[in-house]
Design a protein around this ligand. Sequence first.
Ligand SMILES: [Zn+2]
Length: 522
Amino acid sequence: MLSFNRRPFPDKKKKTWDEAVRRYNLPTGGIEISISGDYKPKPAKNFFKPAPVNVRQEKKAPVAPVATSPKKPLRYIATRSILLTCGLATLGNLPVYSMISTPENDKILSLTDPRLDKSSPAQIIKDLNLPAVAVESFSGYAVDALPDATQGSWSMRALGDNDTLKSVMSELELTKTSEKLLKDSAIEQELKHLKAGAYILTQVVDGSLQQLIYAKNKTEAYIVSATDEGFTGHWENDVFEVRNSKVAFSVKHSIPRDGKAAGLSKSLIRQISQVFQQDVDFKRGVKVGDKIGVIFEDFVYQGESIYTDKILAAEYASSKNTFQRIRFTLEDGKTGYFRPDGDTELKRTAFDRKPLEGRMSSGFGMRRHPVFGLRKNHAGTDFAAPRGTPIHATADGSVKFIGRQGGYGNVIELRHSEGVSTLYGHMSGFKDGLKSGEKVKRGDVIGYVGSTGTSTGNHVHYEYRINGEPQNPMTVELPKVGIMSEPEMHAFKNFASAMGEQLADLRKLALVDKPATGQTGG
Ligand SMILES: [Zn+2]
């Protein structure tokens, strides 16, 4: 489970109208309104009077908004009411009505549709099956209760194969909430089966779930919002924007302090020290003026960055050295932060010790032969396993021999680099279609355990030879290869050079940020 502390956000409420226009595709024009310049608040009876909206109990909806909240300017109230009007007009095909103030008598006339007058906005919106967010946006005075993406804390979880809403929510200690959610049949329907690889983002405010977003893919998301009655859910498209964000700063006080001031989350600041742990001594080696540039993945929701995931590339430049690290995932699924050269000196073992996971039934060296009863050198290692167990190539190579050969029975010999060959004996069968001369990759299945040739039971006889001389496969020093294969290195270099250019641009920004150096007169 990842979580992070948000950075400061701008005032969300200012954006409510624009946001509503965008989210509910409201018309931005077409409704006429005029409000006289010197308007003084009028008693509520002269005003379009929305019925109380049951959005938040704690926000007792005032019956007469103008009278009870003198601080709120008329324009605010009027705008909200019009928001209601055009929202309904668009979404429900109801007749548009408008409010008109006349400068002559300073009176506001409300020309309302009788149908609208009788039912509350909440009821209308319920009838029209609008999301609760709409109630809050359009209700005029309850707008303060809008779910605010900037409150509380967000966390994100990538879904695995066996994840359920309950399992995800229990990690957040919200098991009871998940039960409540699943009691709602509409929500249960949508969140019953969660797609592996999708994301769940949760916003928790004061220990309670405020919003839950099931991001099924990059465009489709199911959004659950807390209401007074419980929860309500709806699908939305293009909720998120995943973007690469960049931040550069130079050290003035400390990395956490300056990083935070530059807008980095705690999680990203922590990642910086992990990414450069081999390059920089973070306890003693950080100097004022050191420059840090970070490119990271950022999730944007309702125009706000709500989740910062991971560093994609970063640079640490001191007066002596410049270090760069680029995130890259190898074919085996391991992810690391590599230097732009691909860490060519970093090696990994080119061979697996064993061709299968099984009990070693006979070791390498002198032994009494199980069939002939004589003391004889055992040129390999035996691993017992049930007949048919797959046998894997222990390294990249090519097939030198495949077929039947005396005491070995069905046997495969593979040729590898640096004069090394491996041999797999007593197989019950070969992998379909495998031929002499064919290339194999480390881990490929080449055949199946059996007891062909001189053998007393199902096992694989495994030999490791250097220039034809059998060695003990369990103790021989295994050759090493570069950490990246050739195709991996190629892909990495392309990505690294693109990231390197962006890091260089970032460095210029950090230079601008450099603290002014003192001047001594003379
Ligand atoms: Zn053997």
